[in-house]
Design a protein around this ligand. Structure first.
Ligand code: HEM
Length: 416
């Protein structure tokens, strides 16, 4: 039986930090293989890229999530005990919570609240010289997400919660100061979320039963009992934090509008083009580079042996840019979505497969709709300038962002 090609380095962790998003793709190209072994974070790891690999990765008879996520991610991005690390019936039960809250009605309500915050922000930005868009979007979406979830925010609290939610995302792939800041932010945010859930449970905070905060507080586990307080807090943050993360897509959309100004006019005139533009932004800017699982039991795939317990990483970023699935994959071309085959495994910014039965993101439609609504705001409801700044994106920084976090100026509301 052939053996999986191995990366020659003793340990790839330093190269991963140096090469960032390109780490898996670089080695796949060098080794001429969609799969390779490497020692990463002190463990023998199999890395994979491409549509076929994604299909394998989301086969839950072969791969599982328990103990898969690196500890540094659990301590920052995900938290411990959340839906990301569950398998089988326990996962389906927990996932039901997210799917119910993020249904068509939930998405529409969140977009409505997002638009209201957007509109208020335009009024505010008109009076300011310089807007750091990433930060402003995070604040705007923190306010809207909390309102959507029925999470109360004191008038002076939004900035603090925004910084905590944003730090968990920003520190996910960070080391040193960025990592420790994310850990502190998670601890503070979990305490805050647990306090809110406790108040709902003991009746001191009155929230309608169908509101996300109440639904999380009362969601039953397989044993019929509510989630442990700490875990319910993790899940509440699993709703708020990723809504704030959509800010990154908005920033990238503004960058693409800057590079392709003809699209501004096209988006002004056509509702039908909003979705392909949003999709192309999401395809090119998958800001989580990979997802992790473990081999459930030994199996063979394409002649290679996968041994029980081995950690497997699926390349999200590289799969979205695989030339076998995407013609001229590095080119920004929203129109390519007119011909996309709709595969659940070749466009995996938010995971692959079926969100109901597997780990694919339950917030994908919400992310798309928030991005489309933001594109409407940017192209139809306001004008702005983009002053000279450093827009370079360091590919080794995870999550990536333009150095300047995208500054806009001269904001003016456009009357409709
Ligand atoms: C900003 C855009 C977003 C990106 C790039 C993103 C990306 C991802 C990725 C890569 C996964 C992991 C898939 C896997 O493990 O196979 C995931 C899972 C998840 N996402 Fe998102 N997501 C986004 C927005 C959202 C939103 C808006 C929500 C909810 C409000 C959300 C909630 C979740 C949850 C709860 C999971 C865990 C699902 C599970 O383990 O079954 N995400 N997301």
């Amino acid at each position: 039986m052939p053996t999986i090609p191995r990366d020659a380095s003793f340990d790839g962790s330093v190269s991963l930090l140096r090469e960032g998003y390109d780490f898996i793709r670089n080695r796949c190209e060098r080794l001429g293989s969609d799969v390779f072994r490497v020692r990463l974070l002190m463990q023998d790891t199999i890395c994979m890229t491409g549509e076929d690999a994604a299909r394998l990765f989301y086969d839950d008879r072969r791969l599982q999530r328990a103990h898969a996520a690196p500890r540094m991610l659990q301590k920052t991005l995900f938290g411990q005990g959340g839906v990301q690390g569950l398998d089988g019936a326990a996962h389906r039960q927990r996932k039901g919570l997210f799917l119910a809250l993020l249904d068509e009605q939930g998405v529409a309500e969140m977009v409505r609240l997002g638009n209201a915050e957007w509109s208020a922000a335009i009024d505010d930005w008109q009076n300011r010289e310089r807007i750091v868009l990433l930060q402003e979007m995070q604040l705007l979406l923190t306010r809207a997400a909390c309102r959507w979830a029925a999470v109360p925010l004191a008038p002076d609290e939004a900035q603090q919660r925004c910084e905590q939610l944003a730090a968990m995302i920003d520190g996910a792939g960070g080391v040193a100061a960025r990592h420790w800041q994310a850990r502190r932010a998670r601890k503070a945010a979990e305490d805050w979320a647990a306090g809110l859930i406790q108040q709902v449970r003991d009746g001191t905070l009155n929230v309608a039963a169908d509101q996300p905060l109440a639904v999380v507080a009362r969601h039953a586990e397989l044993n019929g009992r509510p989630m442990e307080l700490k875990i319910a807090a993790v899940e509440l943050l699993n709703l708020l934090r990723p809504i704030v993360a959509v800010s990154r897509f908005v920033v990238y959309a503004v960058e693409e509008l800057l590079t392709h100004p003809q699209w501004r006019k096209r988006l002004q005139e056509s509702d039908a083009l909003l979705e392909p533009f949003a999709q192309e932004v999401r395809r090119l800017y998958a800001f989580f580079p990979f997802v992790a699982a473990r081999v459930k039991q030994d199996f063979e795939w394409n002649g290679y042996r996968f041994t029980q317990g081995t950690r497997v990483l699926l390349d999200l970023y590289g799969t979205n840019r695989d030339p076998r699935s995407w013609h001229e994959p590095q080119r920004f071309d929203p129109e390519r979505f007119a011909h996309w085959n709709g595969s659940a495994f070749n466009f995996i910014t938010q995971g692959g497969g079926d969100p109901a039965s597997g780990h694919r993101c339950p917030g994908e439609r919400l992310a798309i709709e928030l991005l489309k609504a933001s594109l409407c705001m940017l192209t139809r409801h306001m004008e702005y300038a983009v002053p000279a700044q450093d827009l370079r994106i360091d590919p080794s920084r995870m999550p990536a962002q333009p150095e300047s976090q995208l500054v806009i100026s001269d904001v003016r509301r456009v009357a409709q």
